[in-house]
Design a protein around this ligand. Structure first.
Ligand SMILES: *Cc1c(COP(=O)(O)O)cnc(C)c1O
Length: 371
């Protein structure tokens, strides 16, 4: 029996060669490849500025810091996300507030966001679940009305499009965060980036990445640098960015293959009464980071059967506020009923560019047998 994982990176010979070359260069950490990678991703997404960091999580932290989230501030996000989205708000001393998702897309519902905006609200963090962009026009209108900062968590959505523009262009937001973790669309091992069109935010995040230090002033002499606020060492290395630059050239090919696999799943599961899939909305071109289905039958039984037949299924995600740490903080069960209903029925199927057509058929057959 062949095991099919739920995700896998695609590292090819030219990726290996690019990293090997970078390892022999004089710079190991902060070299020219970091800036080159930032410029290349910014150009791909059509954003003005980009800051590369050592993970998507530190990129979220940098964005929340730049947005001015601090003690007492609230930020509204989706409960159906990786914990890092909400944790980044906590890192800054803020309080994540969860707005429920829409049934068809499992993306945050703008009406639910509107209902949770208060005086203390500072930011909105929509998460483009599974790779499909949220309703950014509506979210951006809400943000303008209430003077809120919008940070897109696009860790599932590099290569996706909304209204004909690449996610990351920040047309409807202040900042967009992507991840280059191994399971994501392209990888640097660990890594992340924030895209923005705002120079003020860009400058803040550059300093945040390296201890809050700037070398802008040389009042004392050429050796001189100043620490202006408490930052971190969130720097990514040059050889990781060598991998990133090499991978970026393949992003469109990877996304095309992901979309092809999703289309085959859609066609097959559309005919199975016991399975519901995510809708792709008009104006949205999903990058299909993951392929979640909802099953009518007992989820646990279907999941265990699939695992036993070698299909590396997973579940994305337990609503963040149901995590023990969040429960201890006092977040109540029942606050986002749609998210909880989704979680009870969700199974994520394998989806990655180097899946073969036979792998796809094997997954479809296994799902049919497991229902
Ligand atoms: C992967 C991911 C992150 C965090 O990225 P890392 O690079 O693993 O730190 C944040 N949010 C979402 C939705 C993710 O999928």
């Amino acid at each position: 029996m062949k095991n099919i994982p739920y995700a896998a990176q695609s590292i090819e010979d030219d990726d290996v060669a690019a990293v090997a070359q970078a390892l022999k260069a004089p710079y190991l950490t902060q070299g020219p490849l970091v800036g080159r990678f930032e410029q290349a991703v910014a150009a791909y997404c059509d954003a003005k500025y980009a800051v590369a960091l050592n993970s998507g999580t530190s990129a979220l932290h940098a964005a929340c810091f730049a947005a001015g989230i601090n003690n007492g501030a609230e930020a509204i996000t989706s409960p159906i996300t990786f914990v890092a989205t909400a944790n980044a708000v906590l890192y800054c001393g803020g309080r994540p507030v969860f707005a429920d998702v829409q049934a068809g897309t499992i993306n945050i519902d703008p009406a639910q966001i509107a209902a949770r905006i208060k005086k203390k609200t500072r930011a909105i963090l929509p998460v483009h679940f599974a790779g499909q962009p949220c309703e950014m026009e509506k979210i951006s209108r809400l943000a303008k009305k209430h003077r809120l900062t919008v940070i897109e968590d696009a860790c599932h959505a590099l290569g996706a499009e909304y209204n004909g523009k690449k996610v990351g262009s920040c047309r409807y937001s202040d900042m967009t965060v992507v991840s280059f973790h191994a399971v994501k669309h392209i990888t640097t091992g660990e890594g992340g980036m924030v895209l923005t069109n705002r120079l003020d935010l860009y400058k803040k995040m550059l300093m945040f990445r390296t201890h809050g230090i700037t070398r802008e002033t040389s009042a004392e002499g050429a050796w001189y640098y100043e620490m202006r606020f408490l930052g971190y060492n969130y720097r990514i290395t040059d050889f990781q960015c060598a991998l990133g630059n090499s991978q970026l050239k393949k992003l469109d090919r990877f996304v095309a293959r992901r979309r092809e696999i999703a289309a085959r799943y859609h066609a097959a599961f559309g005919k199975m009464a016991g399975v519901t899939t995510l809708d792709e909305k008009p104006g949205c071109r999903s990058a299909w980071h993951i392929y979640p289905i909802m099953v009518k039958a007992d989820r646990r039984k279907v999941f265990d059967k699939l695992r036993r037949s070698g299909i590396g299924v997973n579940v994305h995600y337990l609503p963040v506020y149901l995590q023990p740490y969040y429960q201890e903080m006092g977040y109540k069960k029942g606050q986002c009923p749609q998210a909880e209903r989704y979680y009870e029925k969700a199974i994520t199927l394998p989806l990655y560019p180097k899946m073969t057509d036979r792998d796809i058929e094997a997954v479809i057959k296994a799902v049919g047998d497991a229902l």
